[in-house]
Design a protein. Structure first.
Length: 101
């Protein structure tokens, strides 16, 4: 991997980290779903049983992969964050199964 490629990846990672630093796992999971054109709770369901940090880590890896594969851009993620409605952690869990809330 060239230094330029590594630098671009580092810049993307830093920017993605900055974009998502205030978000909880369910919010990042919904952003990941929107980025891939899936229903908002798709990844919430997948990561429901995992602890917060594991879910965040997995979702961020999916987002990094999507940016690297040019499935979407960091700018697109920023737009998705601004334009879409997101469920808070409690409501996302309630919608996935009332017994889980």
């Amino acid at each position: 991997m060239s230094n330029t490629c590594q630098d671009n990846q580092s810049t993307t990672n830093i920017s993605l980290a900055q974009l998502t630093q205030q978000l909880d796992a369910m919010h990042i999971a919904q952003l990941t779903s929107f980025a891939y054109g899936l229903p908002p709770l798709y990844f919430c369901r997948e990561y429901l049983e995992q602890d917060e940090q594991t879910a965040i880590s997995h979702c961020l890896q999916r987002l990094e992969n999507g940016i690297s594969n040019q499935d979407f851009t960091l700018d697109r993620l920023a737009v998705l964050l601004a334009e879409n409605d997101y469920y808070d952690d409690y409501e996302a869990r309630l919608r996935l199964g009332p017994e889980l809330a």
